[in-house]
Design a protein around this ligand. Structure first.
Ligand SMILES: *Cc1c(COP(=O)(O)O)cnc(C)c1O
Length: 371
């Protein structure tokens, strides 16, 4: 089926919406009685928010996080009844657009707070307390200011009090306990000043640090998409993404030659090189040159030479010729080389591999609504 459907496609990206839904349900079970939202920023980590968000909604997810207003507006069009939070908060002058689309802004500074209040919106908002990222959110001195005088919050309908972990993927990192302690202390102090809200703290990895960080609502992203939230242990999540590049040509090399730009890879003995239709313009990083591993079925094939813009070369010398004819597929990401392994080989993280997945791939969605 996939074969005939995608005959013309040089590379096929298969995204398993049922696996995303199963991952969300697994996290729900894990955090209960806390609730579980879904982070679908950056086009659902590159996998297509227009397909991913409805599939999550259909499986019961009612709360979503995006980073930017535009993403929130697009999600609102897809999901008229969802609870949508916008992590970056409102840029000046966008408050009315938030209110009109019933988007909940995460207020990250006293300045955003003042603007939201002045806009007179009756819609709810979130407060972000910075417990250690030094990126967005209220620093401790601003929290203290609010505790001493909560006037800047007068009239605001606060839904979430949130914070974000810096080192959640390193279970033993002391930052985790410090941030948890500060979040509990600061939210308790805010409560003494009459400022309350549902507490929201854990991302994907944070969920696996233990129940103390689950509070009322969790906000996983990468784990939904099959990334390992516990990098020091086997991946508890179902794999979501498979990327298959088609072989365009197989080159036999008998006398010494080199492969690719820069002539970096010497092919000495008899060698067969399969050239696949995906390259760095498709988000298959150039840093994978000489480091990537592809699979033809169960056969491991190393990428050799540099990754080109549109092409990657694999050494298939040891693979039966019948398996690597033009048109056959090499798994660039698949069951045996999951996204985290590809990321490690490229010197990056799964998040970057997913969000860089190219626009030229034929996208094939499995399961979800409408199929
Ligand atoms: C991206 C993001 C998340 C999701 O993080 P994952 O590690 O992908 O689970 C949660 N909270 C904030 C503030 C984020 O920016």
């Amino acid at each position: 089926m996939t074969e005939s459907l995608d005959r013309a496609a040089p590379a096929v990206l298969t995204i398993d919406l049922d696996a995303i839904a199963a991952n969300w349900r697994l996290l729900c079970d894990r955090v209960a009685p806390a609730a579980c939202a879904a982070v679908v920023k950056a086009d659902a980590y590159g996998l297509g928010m227009d397909r991913v968000a409805p599939a999550l909604r259909a499986t019961g997810c009612g709360t979503f996080f995006v980073a930017q207003l535009e993403e929130g507006l697009a999600l609102r069009r897809l999901l008229p009844d969802a609870d949508i939070h916008v992590l970056n908060g409102p840029l000046a002058g966008t408050e009315a657009a938030f209110a009109a689309a019933r988007l909940v802004p995460v207020l990250n500074s006293l300045e955003q707070m003042a603007r939201w209040r002045e806009s007179g919106s009756s819609g709810s908002c979130d407060l972000h307390l910075d417990t250690g990222m030094s990126r967005l959110g209220l620093p401790p001195e601003d929290v203290a200011t609010l505790v001493a005088d909560p006037t800047p919050l007068d009239g605001l309908d606060i839904d979430l009090l949130m914070s974000h972990l810096a080192c959640a993927d390193e279970a033993g990192h002391p930052m985790n306990a410090n941030q948890l302690r500060d979040f509990e202390a600061w939210t308790a102090r805010l409560a003494t000043a009459g400022i309350g809200g549902r507490r929201c703290f854990a991302n994907s990895s944070g969920i696996f640090l233990g129940a103390a960080g689950h509070f009322d609502l969790t906000r996983p992203g990468i784990a939904l998409y099959g990334g390992n939230p516990t990098p020091e242990s086997p991946n508890p999540m179902a794999q979501v993404v498979r990327l298959q590049g088609k072989i365009l040509q197989v080159r036999r090399i008998d006398s010494p030659q080199t492969v690719g730009y820069g002539a970096t890879h010497p092919a000495c003995g008899p060698t067969r090189i399969a050239t696949v239709a995906a390259g760095y313009a498709d988000g298959y990083p150039r840093s994978l040159g000489g480091r990537a591993t592809g699979f033809i079925g169960d056969h491991r094939v190393p990428a050799v030479g540099r990754i080109s813009m549109d092409l990657t070369t694999f050494d298939v010398t040891d693979i039966p010729e019948t398996l690597c004819r033009p048109g056959a597929a090499i798994d660039l990401i698949g069951p045996r080389n999951p996204v985290d392994d590809v990321a490690a080989a490229a010197g990056t993280i799964g998040y970057e591999i997913l969000t860089a997945l190219g626009r030229r791939y034929h996208r094939h969605y499995l399961g979800g609504s409408g199929r």
